[in-house]
Design a protein around this ligand. Structure first.
Ligand SMILES: Cc1cc2nc3c(=O)[nH]c(=O)nc-3n(C[C@H](O)[C@H](O)[C@H](O)COP(=O)(O)O)c2cc1C
Length: 464
């Protein structure tokens, strides 16, 4: 049968899915996808998989895709990060029989993506992207889709989307944030950009960003004209988001734990992370259980903590059920508003505007103290004088050979590694690096004493 394309693919294979669970590393695993589907999600993505590792490592393939195959988990899109057309194709060929489409991640803005040269860091390499998508579209039996971030300029974003469509992309997810809107500077996504892309291409478009309630989904579709809406953090904090319900957290937590048991194995750290997100608000109050949750060694341990949280909530519920937003109700995670306005002005979503969300600072941001990433905030709490401004960092004198900082008093003006090599080669000492090759006087005395003792001892033996 001929491969379905664009709207036919969306209508038939994806069954015109409107409610989509985002690809989420360590979080959109099978159990979570199944839970989300039970509560209204119509399409899910696997977490991002690394194409090169997928090709070379059979265990990685089994653990992250093959062993997760399950009838109820369709339609499913497998997402890869890749930067080489051949490798991407090879990985996609190995995955295509286990899913309904292959997605290329062009949105990841994190440091790890920068180092690995993938995700949003391919945003300017149109020729390479064109090649990757064209080859995949030609050779795969399932459609190829892309998930992108926007450029600051709407026109450039539109041209980018058109280029991807022309290369063979059959469905486009547009995350309405730029490459720099990450960590503490996440801010609001621009639906203006998404709307412009929707108008300019002839393939289905999913909008991503600013989705915290079902009302956001409906407004987004109305304002942008997209086919569907993708949620990541909104879904993690309320897996029933697409039902338009805000159930008690324990209902979702217990159902999730049941699914985990039913579909083993599920990595314990994923389960723990889900429980931390679900119970986020309650754990602000019952801080003592936070540590217990962090330290639980197995699924039963995690379930026990979850149960304790439920009992405490139910206890409080009876006494304080007049609270407008009780902490035990699934609800979005509201982050503090960044002090600086976000570059991307034209953003929508009245409810979202009130609850501006800054994403977790997973990636290193290099901003001011107001916008320090979580990692840097932790470092700052350990050392209040820590300075993250690159200009104000102390300047080190460089090793003459490799450019690393040189040892303070190194006699060769080198770093430890280079100094050791030089000292060894030249049989020379560097007291500052404690490398000694020239025997000193006491060493010589010791050695000769030792020799004398040995010879006396051997003579005694001879005469014995
Ligand atoms: C825990 C977590 C993991 C994520 N992993 C991925 C990923 O594997 N691939 C990807 O394209 N985006 C990933 N993202 C980004 C989301 O898919 C989404 O684009 C982003 O969170 C914005 O959507 P939201 O406003 O609904 O959270 C991740 C986000 C979160 C919170």
């Amino acid at each position: 049968m001929a491969k379905l394309q664009g709207f036919d693919f969306w209508n038939n294979t994806l069954k015109a899915a409107r409610f989509v669970v985002a690809p989420m590393v360590d979080q959109s695993e099978l159990a979570w996808r199944l839970l989300s589907r039970r509560h209204g999600a119509q399409l899910c993505y696997t977490p991002m998989l690394h194409a090169q590792v997928f090709v070379r490592d059979a265990n990685y393939r089994r653990e992250n895709l093959y062993n997760e195959v399950c009838e109820e988990d369709r339609p499913l899109i497998t997402q890869f990060c890749a930067n080489d057309p051949e490798v991407f194709l090879e990985a996609a060929l190995l995955a295509q029989d286990y899913c309904d489409a292959i997605d290329l991640n062009l949105g990841c803005p994190q440091m790890i993506a920068k180092r690995g040269h993938y995700g949003v860091f391919l945003q300017d390499e149109w020729e390479l992207l064109e090649k990757m998508i064209r080859l995949a579209n030609e050779k795969l039996s399932v459609p190829i889709t892309c998930k992108i971030r926007v450029f600051k300029e709407i026109e450039k974003t539109v041209c980018y989307a058109q280029m991807l469509e022309k290369a063979g992309c059959q469905l486009l997810t547009v995350h309405g944030r730029t490459k720099d809107q990450k960590g503490a500077m996440t801010g609001i996504a621009s639906w203006e950009h998404i709307k412009a892309v929707r108008k300019a291409v002839n393939i289905p478009v999913f909008a991503n960003g600013n989705i915290q309630h079902l009302s956001d989904v409906e407004r987004c579709i109305q304002e942008t004209g997209v086919q569907g809406v993708m949620s990541a953090e909104g879904n993690l904090h309320n897996p029933a988001i697409f039902e338009g319900r805000s159930p008690p957290v324990w209902e979702m937590a217990e159902e999730y734990l049941e699914v985990v048991k039913q579909y083993p194995p599920c990595t314990l750290s994923y389960v723990r992370a889900h429980l931390f997100k679900l119970w986020h608000h309650t754990l602000q109050i019952h801080q003592d259980l936070r540590e217990e949750l962090a330290k639980a060694k197995n699924l039963e341990g995690l379930a026990d903590v979850s149960k304790k949280l439920r009992l405490r909530c139910q206890d409080v519920e009876e006494r304080e059920d007049s609270l407008p937003f009780p902490h035990w109700i699934c609800q979005p995670y509201v982050r503090p508003v960044p002090k600086e306005p976000v570059a991307n002005g034209n953003s929508q979503g009245s409810e979202v505007k009130k609850t501006v969300c800054q994403k977790r600072a997973l990636e290193d941001s290099d901003g001011s103290p107001d916008t320090l990433s979580k990692n840097k905030q932790k470092k700052r709490s350990r050392n209040p004088n820590k300075n993250f401004c690159p200009e104000q960092k102390p300047k080190y004198i460089k090793c003459e050979q490799c450019g690393n900082p040189k040892g303070n008093k190194c006699v060769f003006n080198l770093c430890r590694g280079c100094c050791k090599k030089k000292a060894y080669k030249e049989v020379a000492d560097c007291p500052s690096h404690k490398t000694f090759f020239q025997p000193n006087v006491s060493q010589v005395l010791c050695e000769s004493l030792e020799k004398r003792q040995i010879s006396v001892f051997s003579q005694l033996l001879l005469h014995a």
